[in-house]
Design a protein around this ligand. Structure first.
Ligand code: 13P
Length: 250
């Protein structure tokens, strides 16, 4: 059985004070949840304070990005050991906003994923097609190419530590969630790709769905065979809303 994993991607939202207020409100709401992994990814500036507020709880800390080097002359970047030092259990890499707005290719995502694993942080590797790509019938080809590139450096023995997030770009921040059937079709394709690449470990690997996940559509999505969690943007910014998404998944 795969333990569901629900992750809040706050993107560029919340000051330290706002982030800590969320953590304090959220921890008691999910304290009784034992059968799901719960993760919060604040902006870098709030990682330390949120980490402290989550101490002793069942909520884990994640970063939204990472550089692949340990240290060096990389102005503005943050390294995997720095994130490990703050207690990050996970880091999101290859989010479509980073791919589209910051020009990150899959080869760079692959370096980040490998570097994170080397420092004991589990990568959440995002893939997903645009609307144009879907309408042109290229969804599977796009996913395959992103998976080929982004997971190129993952050692098979570590595959079970990697989480994949399928986030169709047309569903992100649009209120237009993929139907459970459309999402399941993509997740099944991804799991079959994982099976070819990693063998038996594919059955243990979690594949999250992301894109306009809300409290009232979570259960239907989570009921699909190959959907093992959610990566949530907008609906994760309020403690009660994200707690409802966790409750609908656990
Ligand atoms: P929304 O939930 O706001 O659509 O964002 C999804 C996402 O990009 C999570 O990484």
């Amino acid at each position: 059985m795969r333990t569901p994993i629900l992750a809040a991607n706050w993107k560029m939202h919340k000051t330290v004070g706002e982030a800590v207020a969320f953590a304090k409100a959220f921890v008691p709401l999910v304290a009784g949840v034992a059968n799901a992994e719960i993760v919060v990814a604040p902006p870098f500036t709030a990682l330390a304070a949120v980490g402290a507020a989550l101490a002793g709880s069942n909520v884990k800390l994640a970063a939204q990005n990472a550089h692949f080097e340990k240290q060096g002359a990389f102005t503005g970047e943050v390294s995997p050991p720095m994130l490990a030092d703050l207690g990050c259990a996970y880091a999101i890499v290859g989010h479509s906003e980073r791919r589209a707005l910051f020009g990150e290719p899959s080869e760079l995502v692959a370096k980040k994923a490998a570097a994170l694993l080397a420092h004991g942080i589990r990568p959440i590797v995002c893939v997903g097609e645009t609307l144009d790509e879907r309408e042109a019938g290229r969804t599977f080809a796009v996913l395959e190419s992103q998976l080929d590139g982004s997971l190129a450096s993952v050692d098979g023995g570590r595959a079970a530590e990697v989480v994949i997030a399928y986030e169709p770009v047309w569903a992100i921040g649009t209120g237009r969630t993929a139907t459970p059937e459309i999402a399941q079709e993509a997740h099944a394709m991804i799991r079959s790709w994982l099976g070819k690449r990693f063998g038996g470990a594919a059955a243990q690997m979690r594949i999250q769905y992301g894109g306009s996940v809300k409290p009232d559509n979570t259960a239907q999505l989570m009921a699909q065979t190959d959907i093992d969690g959610a990566l949530v943007g907008g609906a994760s910014l309020e403690a009660e809303s994200f707690a409802k998404i966790v409750a609908a998944s656990a």
